[in-house]
Ligand binder design. Structure first.
Ligand code: NAD
Length: 258
């Protein structure tokens, strides 16, 4: 299937590794040019080199911290300088720390808000004039399956990402007339460094993976490219009638009927 992404411009945040990098790779493999951002210049450059080695869409690395108020402007300026337009925004960032409700003070809440909601607000707001000029747009937010089901110790992530889901629903209504779609993709357990870091070191790696997957109907942890496949489809013109949706990629882990 031709996803019709050749020559599109995609901004992918937090893309030096993990889910963001997988999304950037998948979009570039379909011919989209990608502007990728993360904090560490060296890992970001290495990710761009890897994407450019595919010989499809071009990757431009822009070192940014998505929490900084000026990050969106810097990022978007670079994208316009290189490619002249913006078609797709993939909002992503690192996740806030895990822990019980009473372990987090006001500072931890404010940091989670800045990292996962305010960054999404700023980037989304600032791409809109460019998407309107193009006559269409795709905004895709990476959230978490915890917006659909209980996930232990995820009070910061869940509370803040509920805000992202609410914002996306509002935007999907407001931006529908501009042909700009806004959707959320909710990863279940997908094997990235964030997940590897939480595996017990006392057992063999494969055994630890199997243990973590025992309650997942598909009996395995997902691969980043399996989440990236959905993001790439939602970013394409073929997904033009999907907006305001939150879709999980979780091997069936969300047990509710929605
Ligand atoms: P990861 O740790 O593998 O990668 C995180 C990426 O974010 C890296 O590129 C890092 O450099 C970048 N980053 C972190 N803070 C940043 C900042 N302030 N500014 C710019 N870049 C920043 O994590 P991941 O597993 O790819 O997770 C991505 C998102 O998906 C996170 O918000 C995570 O909470 C969420 N999520 C992941 C899973 C999973 O199973 N992997 C499940 C649910 C939710």
């Amino acid at each position: 299937m031709d996803l019709q992404l050749q020559g599109k411009t995609a901004l992918v945040l937090a893309a030096s590794k993990g889910l963001g990098k997988a999304c950037a790779m998948a979009l570039a493999a379909e011919g989209a040019n990608v502007v990728i951002g993360a904090r560490n210049q060296d890992t970001l450059r290495a990710a761009a080199d890897e994407i450019n080695a595919l010989g499809k869409g071009i990757a431009v690395p822009v070192p940014i911290d998505v929490r900084e108020p000026e990050a969106a402007e810097k990022f978007i300026k670079t994208a316009i300088k290189h490619f002249g337009k913006i078609d797709i925004l993939v909002n992503n960032a690192g996740g806030p720390p895990f822990g019980k409700f009473e372990t987090f003070d006001d500072t931890a809440w404010a940091q989670a808000f800045e990292l996962n909601l305010l960054s999404t607000v700023r980037f989304s707001r600032q791409v809109l004039p460019y998407m309107r000029t193009t006559g269409s747009g795709r905004i895709i937010n990476i959230v978490s399956l915890s917006v659909k089901t209980y996930l232990e110790n995820s009070v910061l992530s869940t509370s803040i990402r509920m805000g992202v889901v609410g914002m996306a629903k509002m935007l999907s209504n407001e931006l529908g007339p501009d042909n700009i779609t806004v959707n959320n993709v909710a990863p279940g357990l997908i094997l990235t460094d964030r997940v590897k870091d939480t595996l017990p070191k006392t057992v063999d790696f494969e055994e630890a993976l199997a243990q973590r997957a025992k309650d997942i109907p598909l009996k395995r942890i997902g691969r980043p490219e399996e989440l990236a496949a959905l993001v790439t489809f939602l970013a394409s013109p073929l997904a033009g009638y999907i907006t305001g949706a939150t879709i999980q990629v979780d091997g069936g882990a969300v047990k509710g009927p929605y």
